[in-house]
Design a protein around this ligand. Sequence first.
Ligand code: OGA
Ligand code: NI
Length: 339
Amino acid sequence: METLLISTGTRHTSLPDSYVRPEHDRPRPEDISPCKDVPIVDLGCGDRPRIVQEIAAACMHFGFFQVIGHGVPGEAVEGMLGVAASFFELPMEEKMKLYSDDPSRTTRLSTSFNVKKEAVHNWRDYLRLHCHPLEKYVPEWPNNPPSFKEVVSNYCKEVRRLGYKIEELISESLGLDKDTVKDVLGDAQGQHMAVNFYPPCPRPDLTYGLPGHTDPNALTVLLQDSRVPGLQVLKDGKWLAVRPIPGAFVINIGDQLQALSNGKYKSVWHRAVVNGDVSRISVASFLCPENNAMISPPKSLVEAGSGAVYRDFTYAEYYAKFWSRNLDQEHCLELFRNV
Ligand code: OGA
Ligand code: NI
């Protein structure tokens, strides 16, 4: 099988042509907005009305925020980043056992985004795992490094708890009962994880780790290596670099919460740039509606505006549409807009 994995263990000295973006579509560091920061919300501040209000403002204007005081133990976070690094340092033969470019596989190591569909590749390898229910998926997970299963299971449980807490806050911030968002997404929300590895890149000015995209799920909880920036968010037509804060999580609204909120909250374009010196790791946890959940905005949000912005759809329908496309096309939700 042809493999494009780029975490080979040896440093790349040149960028293969298949990774070079056309000139109008390159990172251009000089265009990065220098001053604004995405909002930081302290979930441990004890003032719930304030937290809810801050989340409402962040979701409307940025689609992104960072959380501190979130209650996930530092050891869980450090452990996750540690096994992620060890995994990508494994020998190629070991990693290749998990390689697949078939998006329907529930555990797989892959590269770029959608190797078969895309015109230009991305400077990223990633391990993609399904994480809920754990009993079902952990047996498929990597056996190496030896602590992988235990450390990642523990991290997944912590992130799920945090994600549910944030869904309640988001629900309240939309003027809904705290359980409404969870009720729409279904009792057994899916949880997936992308462990992203971006090796040092010989020409970070010519390519992306991940090109601009929106997340197709409901809510994303991103852990980024606090030493190496890379995540950028589109705000008012300009890319904004998200400054990593040690111990914080980056939270973003996915397409499903944009639809559920009837377009009030935004699933915002974001991307990852790479750098020439060091590798960067990020761990994205995606909370997803149940496959048969009907994504439909609560009545109060429809009546407050001029009707439903998107037609109702099941998550299964949406997800199939998302993976049938290239990553950097129009917003996938546009295909569901009511005309
Ligand atoms: C993702 C993502 C950003 C990053 O995996 O969907 O947006 O910083 N990752 O790696
Ligand atoms: Ni993303």
